[in-house]
Ligand binder design. Sequence first.
Ligand code: SF4
Length: 347
Amino acid sequence: MRHNVVLSNGARRAWQVVQGAVFLVGVVIVAALLFAPTTGLFLLWDVLIPVAPLLLVVAPGVWRNVCPLGTFSVLPSQFNLSRRLHVSRAWQSRLLAIAVALLLIIVPLRHPLLDRYGVVTGIVLIVVALAAVGLGSVFDLKSAWCSGLCPVYPVELLYGSRPVVPVPNIQCRVCTACVAPCRDSRPGITPPDAARTGSGRTASELLVGGFPGLVLGWYLVELEPGWTLPRQVLQSYALPLAGLAATLAVYLVLRRILPQSRAFLVRAFAAAAIVIYYWFKLPVVLGMTGDGTHALIMLNGTLPAWSVWSMRLVMSLLLIYLLLARTVRAGWSPRPQAAPVVTTPAS
Ligand code: SF4
């Protein structure tokens, strides 16, 4: 279904201010990672990333509008500096498969490398930004990066199937049908909906079934300071991949037993993954466990120890409600009006 949405100039300007501000925050984080790594690592992994999964559940369109890498990637299209090539359906599927592979490679690497070495993380982010803008210079709008190779994009699809707050699509002034289906405007989209065939489809199923186990395994990793880097890397992959294999097996069995409940299963496994994430992350963010170096606020000593369990419970129930109990089916952003069709005069 296509809703033609024309954004008022005032609303567009307000969004552009937010977009510019978040872009600036991105630049500050990368600069901090390179020149003040402790601060940069805190801003990235303890401020930005803990908020992101919840934002993807509630308002994935906001993230799509303001993500600095996304903004960077669509700039060439917006300023008519892109060749705006079309990505075929087969390649859309392959790009999703590569995005899932990148996600599965990057997440375990956080323990031994990306959470520890700000300069490494900063350089990785610069390389990723160059890749995003490079792809945007060749391919149309979101087709190659935001709805293609970006490793966060599969998680957007996983967590964003029941958005609470749809917002206007600020990145696409007009719709050029850069991908099909449009990931931003299709109601209730999940990873398997984004690629119905090919390697993207297989990768989608792997992500849906395996992500809860991957997240759980990630939190159970413990590295000894005396270990060599190769041993730390091996250990960092072992538990997340074992967890991935375990929940993927459960998912595949359930999918076979309950073929009519496929859409519900996808959302149930998405809910399981994000519930596990916040089950472990919430006490850290609130300073109720650990030494407080990763806390946004220190509640340890202010609240009784048992209150962490009630907070975990409330957060889990909220996430389950948002992903499983609501029947609302909205897209992340309504589709903008279609780009005018350019006709070549007959010779
Ligand atoms: S609204 Fe149109 S141009 Fe924008 S991402 Fe969706 S299909 Fe592509």
